[in-house]
Write a protein that binds this ligand. Structure first.
Ligand SMILES: [Ca+2]
Ligand SMILES: [Ca+2]
Ligand SMILES: [Ca+2]
Length: 590
């Protein structure tokens, strides 16, 4: 049996290598922005009723510097919001589709329970899709996100699901494989892409593979890592010997030096892409995949393995997308980006944004943003504020206004934004993990389940919930809705060049985003006080004296920028005063 598996996997590896050698990057297509006159209004697009069109563009060809001079006529803003034109398989201005996407991370167990057993499920999520995006571009009552990342949905004995016992079956607590396919269909109808968590590094200790492997004579023995002496990360097996489980004794690491393991996990990858129709994967803890000696992270073998993986999933679907968790400093993360995985989460940036919002001054934010811009291909990184492993953003802030500022700084920056569920209403929670993964607060009664929730709500649910924030114009929820809508409508915010603006005082933070025909100026008052006396300075830039400013967010009387000879401005004060914790987003068009 093992021999057959090994022969098969060798064959697969050989095929992969051959495929790898054959593939050369396709020519970059021209930008696919719809031609539009600057004055036309967004128009409703018929909701697609059929399956997504076959992808025709190779996203691998798009990892190159942006060309800010598209051949199309000038379009100050995209006429059709992204995610609304059927499935956008190619992105704006030659970028991949994910640069036009705002993702939302969902813990299914805590999102919405459809059957009253206290556990969120896939049918519950389907019921709430209209909250996320109703598929109708003329309504602004939805959140407007265009992508979903589902935390693990495969069969698992734990509440979080990061220890899988069956890679081919949906956790029965969440639903069935058929339910999942219906979710894919309903999401795609609304212009929402769906990616799922894929846990490659380890299985559950209760996975049949590991149960078999405990027998030293089993054919599965070599699917995991064993030694006779133990050590840090090694756990005693009841049948003798020690197995390696970096995170937990219930999560034994798979042995990727064994080609049969690679072959099987590629099968899993193919199954979800082909049979279940996912648009891609969030890859868990990938820096720990292959150990070399005592080195347990970022080994050369791990980086090499992901080259194989990349070629494989792109061969199954050239538009499949991966976003990886490499919880390391930027320079290390960047090594994985492109030809290994598509993009990785930017942990340093998340910390810098939250730190600046909390401290009320830009604590290293500009340097971090410059480092990020320089480290990756343009826009090829995932931005976020918090995820299921970290304190919720609101719990790291002093008030709701600071949480809004953090959202402004994330959603007007480049990259691919990810929003953890509940962040849009400022849900609170800090470690232990269960407390940052609590049920979604839908109504003053809670509204997550008609039964007893698997874990209690955060205590503030009677006053902090979707229903109440829905009708409060200044709520965090409506702030998120506005920012996401702006991003969906304005190419400059999605794929525009980023340029820092010098400010005085430093409690004012500012930058521009620019594409041909549109410049967007972001100005944030990080402090809780109004600021009358301030100046913005941009040594050189894309401004012309003819440009007209207009508010996309904020209000007041706008003044024209004193444009200098190099297209920048020397001492600009667009509006007075800057309100406490105020976010201004100002558009300039010719
Ligand atoms: Ca349920
Ligand atoms: Ca809508
Ligand atoms: Ca490992």
């Amino acid at each position: 049996m093992l021999k057959i598996v090994r022969c098969l996997s060798l064959l697969i590896c050989l095929c992969l290598m051959a495929a790898c050698q054959r593939s050369t990057p396709a020519a970059l297509p021209t930008a696919t922005l719809p031609a539009a006159s600057p004055t036309s209004e967004p128009s409703p697009t018929p909701r697609p009723t059929s399956a997504p069109p076959t992808p025709t563009l190779a996203p691998t060809a798009t990892l190159r510097p942006l060309n800010l001079t598209p051949a199309q006529p000038r379009a100050p803003q995209s006429v059709i919001p992204v995610g609304m034109d059927g499935r956008l398989v190619s992105g704006t201005a030659g970028n991949p589709w994910w640069n036009d996407t705002v993702f939302y991370e969902i813990f299914v167990r805590s999102f919405y329970d459809s059957d009253g057993d206290g556990i969120g499920d896939l049918n519950g999520l389907i019921e709430k899709l209209d909250y996320l995006n109703d598929g109708d571009p003329t309504t602004t009552t939805d959140l407007g996100i265009t992508g979903i990342w589902l935390m693990p949905i495969m069969k698992s004995p734990s509440y979080h699901g990061y220890d899988v016992t069956d890679y081919y079956t949906v956790n029965p607590e969440y639903g069935t494989n058929a339910d999942f396919k219906r979710l894919m269909e309903e999401a795609h109808k609304r212009g929402i892409y769906v990616i799922i968590d894929l846990v490659l590094n380890h299985t559950s200790a209760q996975h049949p593979w590991f149960i078999e492997a405990q027998d030293p004579n089993s054919e599965r023995r070599d699917w995991y890592l064993w030694n006779e002496t133990g050590g840090p990360g090694w756990h005693r097996s009841p049948n003798g010997g020690y197995y390696f489980g970096l995170f937990w004794d219930q999560m034994p690491d798979l042995n990727y030096n064994n080609p049969a393991v690679t072959a099987e996990m590629l099968n899993v990858t193919r199954f979800w892409l082909e049979e279940m129709g996912v648009d891609g994967f969030r890859l868990d803890a990938i820096k720990h995949l292959i150990e070399e000696g005592t080195q347990t992270e970022n080994t050369p073998a791990t980086l090499r393995w992901f080259e194989t993986f990349y070629d494989f999933y792109k061969s199954v679907n050239p538009h499949a997308f991966t976003v990886a968790e490499v919880w390391s400093p930027t320079q290390t993360v960047a090594k994985y980006t492109g030809r290994k995985v598509d993009i990785c989460f930017e942990f340093d940036l998340a910390e810098a944004i939250k730190d600046s919002a909390f401290r009320g001054r830009p604590a290293g934010l500009m340097l971090t943003q410059e480092t990020v811009i320089a480290a990756y291909p343009p826009g090829q990184y995932a931005t976020f504020l918090a995820n299921h492993d970290q304190s919720r953003t609101r719990s790291s802030m002093m008030n709701d206004e600071q949480a809004k500022i953090a959202a402004t700084l994330q959603l007007t920056f480049s990259g691919v934004p990810f929003i953890y569920y509940g962040e849009e209403i400022g849900m609170q929670g800090a470690k232990p993990d269960e407390n940052i993964r609590r049920p979604m607060q839908w109504t003053p009664e809670g509204g997550f389940s008609t039964g007893t929730p698997w874990r209690g709500y955060h205590e503030d649910y009677p006053t902090r919930n979707v229903a109440m924030q829905n009708t409060a114009p200044d709520s965090i929820l409506n702030h998120y809705r506005t920012l996401i809508a702006l991003r969906n409508h304005h190419a400059a915010l999605r794929v525009g060049e980023w340029k820092p603006v010098k400010t005085d005082p430093l409690t004012v933070y500012s930058y521009i985003r620019a594409v041909e025909g549109e410049v967007i100026l972001v100005v944030v008052n990080l402090s809780g006080k109004p600021i009358e006396d301030y100046t913005l300075e941009l040594a050189e830039g894309p401004f012309t004296a003819q440009m007209q400013p207009a508010f996309l967010m904020g209000d007041g009387v706008l003044s024209m920028p004193p444009v200098n000879a190099r297209g920048g401005f020397d001492a600009y004060r667009p509006v007075t005063p800057l309100l406490p914790y105020g976010s201004l987003v100002i558009q300039f068009t010719p």
